[in-house]
Design a protein around this ligand. Structure first.
Ligand SMILES: Nc1nc2c(ncn2[C@@H]2O[C@H](COP(=O)(O)OP(=O)(O)OP(=O)(O)O)[C@@H](O)[C@H]2O)c(=O)[nH]1
Length: 302
């Protein structure tokens, strides 16, 4: 914890944007290590994870909100509501935009809602590594005219280009006050939840389009063993038997590969040896199951 007498700053930054804009990648880049999962498939961020970034005497609590899009299913509505809740108590709101694939129909409503917010607002044009310069300038002008932003940044969350400048600017926007979290804490997600996120990321990575969205990872137990290793048990929940077969693969080969990759990654993240046990469970209407929302860190929305 910060103990000397120099003035500290601390504040909350809400990170919003259309699905796949690169919010999680940016949060990880600002924090300096992996706290939120990323994937090429849209809408992977379900639980609301916080990243905590430090710059000298300033602590920035980043609300990594789920991608905001037009909600249909109950689960989706809960995600959207969690995203706006993240923006409720913020000292700054950061709108992250994919400057290559704009997703205008998802961006426009965000711009409209943002126009009525009184917080400091930053427009962050991401993925500049893959965008054309001339197009970027036109885009920036177009969005700036609509959003009344305090600052505009051109960055690549992937390469890190522009991220230090953005971080310094954000730090300057945070109010004076004591830090909310200890210096070594980078996320408020419990390790149990982080472990489930890591498995879910592997599930998406390895099965891509074979597996529909109605699958999830439910943490069952997380136990530290006396030898310093950790035993993690999780359920992979799917909606149908056919999906279970996909997750298992021939002779269990798929789930073995998923488990190995997740275990290696988790063990690196935690700096501990990990024993990971996965079970696949078929639950027809899991997406309507209230208890599940609580496990995912989401509120139940009717
Ligand atoms: N080329 C390029 N790709 C990027 C950049 N930032 C993120 N990506 C990629 O964009 C994809 C989506 O990134 P995420 O960070 O998961 O996006 P997100 O906004 O958190 O997505 P949701 O969880 O759907 O809300 C991933 O494949 C990233 O590797 C960037 O600066 N440049």
């Amino acid at each position: 914890m910060n103990t000397d007498n120099t003035e500290t700053r601390c504040g909350v930054v809400a990170v919003i944007g259309a699905p796949n804009a690169g919010k999680s990648t940016l949060v990880n880049a600002l924090v300096g290590q992996k706290v939120a999962i990323t994937s090429p498939k849209a809408q992977t961020t379900r639980a609301r994870l916080l990243g905590i970034a430090l710059l000298e005497r300033t602590q920035m609590v980043l609300a990594d909100t789920p991608g905001i899009f037009a909600p249909k299913r109950r689960l989706d509505r809960a995600m959207v509501s969690a995203a706006w809740e993240g923006a409720e108590a913020a000292d700054a709101i950061m709108l992250v935009v994919d400057s290559v694939k704009l997703r205008r129909h998802e961006l426009e409503p965000l711009l409209e809602r943002l126009a009525h917010r009184s917080e400091r607002k930053l427009l962050v044009l991401n993925k500049v590594d893959a965008a054309k310069k001339e197009a970027l300038l036109v885009l920036a002008q177009d969005l700036a005219a609509k959003g009344n932003f305090d600052e505009i940044f051109f960055i690549s969350a992937l390469t890190g280009d522009g991220v230090p400048e953005l971080k310094a600017q954000l730090a300057g926007m945070m109010p004076e006050g004591p830090w909310l979290y200890p210096e070594d804490q980078v996320s408020d997600a419990s390790e149990r939840l982080l472990a489930a996120e890591v498995t879910r990321e592997q599930l998406y990575r390895q099965l891509r389009d074979e597996l529909p969205y109605d699958s999830a990872v439910r943490p069952e137990s997380y136990v530290e063993r006396p030898d310093g290793s950790v035993e993690v048990r999780q359920q992979i929940v799917v909606g149908r038997d056919t999906q279970k077969a996909i997750v298992l693969g021939k002779g269990g080969s798929r789930i073995k590969a998923i488990g190995e990759a997740a275990r290696n990654e988790l063990s690196e993240l935690l700096g501990q040896k990990v024993h990971l046990f996965l079970h696949v469970k078929v639950e027809e209407n899991w997406a309507e199951d209230r208890e599940f929302y609580e496990v995912l860190g989401l509120d139940w929305v009717k």
